[in-house]
Design a protein around this ligand. Structure first.
Ligand SMILES: *Cc1c(COP(=O)(O)O)cnc(C)c1O
Length: 304
């Protein structure tokens, strides 16, 4: 079951950057507190939670997780209690996404990076514990990235195909992390038959590319499409996940002057990846996946 939670369709805008024209799919405008890409996945995931009669939603993420913030908000709106497991790491402590998590009164458990390696187990243990107390919990994996969540981005491609003639587009750029967004977009294009559009996922962390590609492959298979054409763009990870390079900070300022506000964890790296790798004559779409609250948590990076 799919819920109708996001403000759709999001706008498709034309932006000029470094003399090139690109289209920007404004998924930073899918909502306010639940803004960004995660809400599209959550329309399907929380649909399952409602269907199974869950009273609690458990999920996880980085300390400043956009996914955790969006999940907490939408769970509350649906009358369910959010339980968040956040990887300990405190940039700007009570700011950005984490501040919103606390304002909304989400139950927050911080876990060490070591514990986080078995986070799926930890979340299942919590679900079992709650079950013994007579409650019913629905568990969402990191980033909402499983086949159910990825369907939200299959639908985004259908939406996009009604806004622009995709047969005239060469590539779609997107920030790729837990990869459900990437998988959904690629599956959507395959289902509609647009073989001309490459999906170029700019990887924003240092995990092995093969691991990311495998995740995408699994989701494509479960979505019933072939697994050809997985393109991961490397070289724009920066110093580490959630840590922007000097060039990324420069990109935030440059894009800001065109009216596009990028975030330091995902979209600044992906947008720079696009600007620096797109062909001179290519027609490309950048999927702005949001993350704006993360910029407030790292305001210090702009101070020089
Ligand atoms: C989670 C997130 C992404 C990455 O999406 P995945 O589906 O995890 O690859 C990109 N941008 C923003 C702002 C995000 O919060």
């Amino acid at each position: 079951m799919k819920l109708d939670l996001a403000r759709k369709p999001t706008p498709l805008e034309k932006v000029r950057i470094r003399g090139k024209e690109v289209f920007v799919k404004r998924d930073d405008l899918t909502e306010f507190v639940a803004s960004g890409n995660k809400i599209r996945k959550l329309e399907y995931l929380l649909g399952e939670a409602v269907q199974m009669g869950a009273d609690t939603v458990i999920t996880c993420g980085a300390f400043q997780s956009n996914h955790a913030r969006a999940t907490a908000y939408l769970s509350i709106k649906l009358g369910k209690k959010p339980v968040l497991f956040l990887k300990e790491w405190h940039p700007g402590k009570k700011s950005g996404n984490f501040m919103l998590d606390t304002v909304m009164g989400a139950e927050i458990h911080t876990v060490t990076p070591e514990e986080y390696e078995r986070i799926d187990e930890i979340m299942q243990e919590m679900a079992k514990k709650l079950e013994k107390e007579g409650r019913k919990a629905y568990v969402i994996p990191e980033g909402g990235s499983n086949t159910t969540g990825a369907k939200g981005y299959v639908d985004m491609v259908f939406e996009l195909s009604r806004q622009i003639d995709l047969s005239e587009i060469d590539a779609i750029y997107v920030a790729t992390s837990s990869a459900g967004t990437h998988a959904g977009i690629l599956a959507g294009l395959k289902l509609l038959g647009y073989k001309n559009v490459e999906v170029r996922g700019v990887v924003v962390h240092k995990k092995p590319k093969e691991l990311v590609a495998d995740r995408i492959k699994n989701m494509l298979q479960e979505l019933g499409v072939d697994t050809d054409g997985i393109i991961l763009v490397g070289g724009f990870e920066g110093p580490d996940y959630a840590i922007p390079s000097k060039e990324d900070v420069g990109m935030i300022k440059e894009a800001g002057r065109t009216g596009i506000i990028l975030d330091p964890v995902y979209t600044a790296k992906a947008f720079r990846g696009m600007v620096e790798t797109m062909g001179e004559k290519e027609r490309v779409i950048f999927v702005h996946t949001g993350g704006t609250f993360g910029l407030f948590a790292q305001a210090n990076i702009l101070e020089e």
